[in-house]
Design a protein around this ligand. Structure first.
Ligand code: ADE
Length: 279
């Protein structure tokens, strides 16, 4: 336990603790309706975000007032005339390290204008973080404010992590040039889970991974294409038979394509049966 305040479970994370004073006075959302989720993106490359956040479902979610966001350019918080954001590591070594003073000032700005109510969490995107998955997306969709920090260069000064970061998150076991794409991956995945963002809410519960299984195969017109036809069961109108076929296909496909997910699913099923039959 590096830092006693670094408890993710506490309702008041580092972000909300520090932001409370500013929250009342400077809410961006003062007066108007509060979006369900407000993202603060801290980055050296804000131009990467705009096209993605403005398009498709994310653009519509913002237009509907369900989410909102702010892009904060970390470089704006540099204090020297060269607008320096990084420096060489103490003790020697490769690469440049993002400076704690600059990051801290940018983070403080992000905490100054946030929703009036709800939980707040600060996430640093990093290949060293906990792996992002659908379960974490669900958890984070219950927050009112997420500060997503995109690191660059070789790393960030550890003191910034100790002081301000609630959770380090990785989107996969590979190294990208920076945290911008990972921050967008997270924002996209989380935004879709907010009620009202995806038109048909049932489609959310039916999709891949929601039940720990991959989705069943789907077809639309034409019934025949290059000698391949749609499975008969889907054309017969027997809803029970269709549901049973789909469940079978979900299991078959998961076992075939994703043995990692299948092992988790089978283990959970086994535990459930043991509880049910009192074993
Ligand atoms: N920054 C660089 N690589 C990353 C990854 N895999 N996940 C999150 N942030 C990153």
């Amino acid at each position: 336990m590096a830092h006693p305040q670094n408890s993710e479970n506490a309702q008041s994370s580092k972000s909300s603790n520090k932001a409370d004073g500013a929250r009342q006075k400077n809410s961006v959302l003062e007066g108007g309706p509060q979006p369900k989720l407000f993202f603060s993106f801290l980055t050296l490359f804000p131009e990467i975000f705009q096209p993605v956040l403005g398009s498709s479902l994310l653009g519509k979610a913002k237009a509907k007032g369900l989410v909102d966001y702010r892009l904060i350019q970390i470089r704006d918080f540099a204090t020297d005339k060269h607008r320096t954001v990084d420096d060489t590591p103490f003790g020697g070594g490769e690469g440049m390290i993002l400076k704690v003073d600059v990051l801290h000032a940018a983070w403080q700005e992000a905490q100054r204008q946030i929703p009036r109510e709800g939980k707040s969490l600060t996430v640093l995107l990093s290949p060293q973080g906990r792996l992002f998955d659908q379960e974490m997306a669900h958890e984070l969709s219950s927050y009112a404010h997420l500060t997503l920090i995109s690191g660059h260069y070789e790393g960030v000064d550890e003191r910034f992590i100790d002081l301000c970061v609630d959770r380090e998150v990785s989107i996969g076991n590979y190294v990208l040039t920076g945290g911008e794409l990972p921050a967008l991956v997270m924002a996209d995945t989380i935004t879709r889970l907010i009620p009202g963002v995806v038109g048909n809410e049932r489609s959310l519960t039916e999709e891949s991974l929601e039940k720990g299984l991959l989705k069943y195969p789907q077809y639309t017109r034409p019934r025949e294409f290059l000698g391949r036809s749609v499975p008969d069961v889907l054309l017969g109108g027997d809803h029970e038979a269709i549901a049973a076929w789909r469940q079978g296909e979900m299991e078959r496909r998961t076992a075939e394509k994703r043995s990692d997910l299948w092992d988790l699913y089978s283990a959970a099923l086994k535990r459930q049966k043991e509880v049910q039959f009192g074993k």
